[in-house]
Design a protein around this ligand. Sequence first.
Ligand SMILES: NC(=O)c1ccc[n+]([C@@H]2O[C@H](COP(=O)([O-])OP(=O)(O)OC[C@H]3O[C@@H](n4cnc5c(N)ncnc54)[C@H](O)[C@@H]3O)[C@@H](O)[C@H]2O)c1
Length: 414
Amino acid sequence: MKAIILGADGYIGWPMAMKMANEYGEVAVVDNYVTRKLVADVGGTSALPIGKDLKQRAENFSKHFPGKKIYVEEGDLRSPSFVEAVVKKYKPEVIVHLAQQRSAPYSQVSAIHALYTQTNNVATNLNVIYAMKKHTPKGHLLKMGTMGEYGTPNIVIEEGNMEIEYKGRKDKVMAPRAPGSFYHLSKVFDTYNVAFANRIWSMRATDVMQGVVYGTRTEEMIDEGLRTRLDIDAIWGTVINKYCAQLIAWNKLLIYGKGLMTRGFLSLQDSINCLFLLAENPPEEGEYRVVNQLDKIYNTYQLAEIVQKIGAEMGYKSTFETIEDPRVEKQEHYYEVTHEILPRLGFAPKSTMEEQVRQMISDLAAYKKYWYRKRDRIKPNVYWKDTDNAASLKSKWLLKHTGKGYAEDFKVSE
Ligand SMILES: NC(=O)c1ccc[n+]([C@@H]2O[C@H](COP(=O)([O-])OP(=O)(O)OC[C@H]3O[C@@H](n4cnc5c(N)ncnc54)[C@H](O)[C@@H]3O)[C@@H](O)[C@H]2O)c1
C-alpha cells in the first residue's frame, strides 16, 4: 500500500483520502470519530453533512470513482497495539498523520481538556513513530504540525534550522517555538519527538508547519455526499470559516481585539495539494525535513474585510463588532515566514481567497438548516485567562471518557 491517512474522517483528512485514492487507486484510512464526539459535546455540529461514518463515505466515493478504493480501519490511535496492527497490515510507503485534537480553544477549556489534548496528541504520534520503526523503517512519516508552534517572534520564522552565533560560537538550532495554547504545545512535543526519532533511528519524516486552513471544496467533491466537515462554532471553527457563518447568521463579523493578529493561511485545496506534493517528494532516507505550509499572510481585520466585500457582492450586508480577545496573544506584532520548499517542489495556489470565500458562503447558505439553530455557539465562550471554562459547556462525553475510562485506556491505576 502506498499510503495510510490517519484522521481521515476530519476536515483535511477526508479530502486527502479522496485525493490519494484517486491518484493511487487505493488508500487505507483510520479514525475513531472523536472530533464528531467532542464537537457535539460542546454544542457544535459540522455545518455541512458528512454521512454516518467512514465506511459509508468510502462506499460513496467508490460509486463516484469506480475502481478506486478506500480501506477503512476504525480505532483509537492512542492504542499502541492498534497502531502497530494497522501499520503491519498495510506496510505503507507514507503515513499522513492528521489524527489529533486540533482546537486551541478546546485545549484551554479546563485541566481535563488540556490533559486530553496533550495525551491524545503525544500518544498518537509516539505510537505511529514506534510502529513505523518496527514495520516500515524506511517509510515516510508526513506529520501535520502547525505554524502556531512558532508563535509570533520578532524575527523571521525560518523553515527548519537557523544559524545562530552566541558568545562567539556558532551553531544550527531549530527555529524557536513559543506556542499560544496547550494544543499548540502538544504539537511542539510532537516536533521534538519526531526530530528525536530521526536522530536515534534515522526516521525519514516531514514535519509540516501548517497555516490556518479555510474553505469547503476540493476537486474530488463532485457530489454532495463527498463533502468534508466544516466547523463554524467558536471552539472548533477557524477564523475565516467563522466569519462566513457570522455573516449569514448575524450580518455582523466579530473582530477579536484590534484585529491586527497576523498569521499564514491557505485554502483546503492548497493544503491537500501541498501534502500530496510532499508525499510524492519525500525527504532523503534518514532526513528530517521541516516545511512551512502556507499561501499568504493576513491579519484578522483584513480577513473580515474580504468576507465583508464578497458577502456584499452576494447580497449579505454586514458590519464589524469589536470584542475582547478571548486568547492571550500579542495584539500587534511583526510576522514574516520563510516558505520556500513547497514552491520549489512546484506548489502554486489553485485559487484566490475571494473565490474560496464565495464558495464557502454559498455552501453555508445552502446548508443553513444544519447549523443555523446552533448559531449562538459562534460567540466565543472559552477564555485563556480562565482555568475552568467548562461551566457553560457540557463536555459529558469527555468527562466520562477521561474519568474511569481514562485510566483503563492507558492501563494504569487511578
Ligand atoms: N484545520 C486547520 O486550520 C489546521 C491548521 C494547522 C494544522 N492543522 C492540523 O491538521 C490536522 C488535521 O486537522 P483537521 O482540521 O482536519 O482536524 P479534524 O479534527 O477535523 O480531523 C482530525 C481527525 O483525527 C481524528 N482523531 C483524533 N484523535 C484520534 C485518535 N486518537 N484516534 C483516531 N483518530 C483520531 C478525529 O476524529 C478527526 O476525524 C490536525 O493535526 C491539526 O492539528 C489543522
